[in-house]
Design a protein around this ligand. Structure first.
Ligand SMILES: [Zn+2]
Ligand SMILES: [Zn+2]
Length: 168
């Protein structure tokens, strides 16, 4: 999302703007656009524009157990300060923000949330995605997806440490 904030930068501290977000962006880098929806609020602070977003997106992931592709909903919530790079009144370049990790507003007063949305969305992606909590995974012998039903392989070999118990 790109927003021209030249107006907001000229307003007094505490001024806010609300934006509805509904756009497509490739979050996971798989070449497919994911839809992102939600709200962002921009707040003029003394030194910056504070951006608060609550967004939802859905990305396509591969299940870590059965390897099938599935849609995973994500909740993306963040708060970031965006620092102006030029003075809104004089046009004079401003020193960069103290922390290099901070986001900036470009010299045309355009605030771009794309990178923040991407970073926070990636944080929301589970480390070991599952197509469903009880995913049965793949048969270790024949590789069939056991979510589609049993494969007909003989039951897994019983751990020899348990075999004595099964005789009881
Ligand atoms: Zn699965
Ligand atoms: Zn099998």
């Amino acid at each position: 999302m790109q927003i021209n904030v030249s107006q907001l930068l000229q307003e007094s501290i505490g001024a806010v703007r609300d934006y509805e977000i509904n756009e497509a962006a490739d979050i996971t880098g798989d070449g497919k656009d994911d839809n992102i929806r939600g709200e962002c609020r921009l707040l003029r602070t003394q030194r910056s524009i504070l951006v608060k977003c609550r967004l939802r997106a859905e990305v396509e992931l591969g299940c870590s157990r059965c390897l099938s592709r599935f849609r995973q909903p994500l909740k993306i919530k963040f708060e970031e300060e965006y620092f102006p790079t030029v003075d809104i009144e004089s046009g004079v370049p401003l020193p960069p923000p103290e922390e290099a990790s901070n986001f900036t507003i470009d010299e045309h007063h355009v605030l771009d949330t794309t990178e923040a949305v991407r970073q926070y969305a990636l944080l929301a992606v589970p480390m070991k995605p599952l197509c469903r909590p009880d995913c049965a995974g793949l048969c270790p012998r024949c590789g069939q997806n056991l979510n589609h039903g049993p494969c007909g392989c003989p039951a897994a070999d019983i751990d020899p440490r348990w075999s004595a118990l099964t005789k009881l």
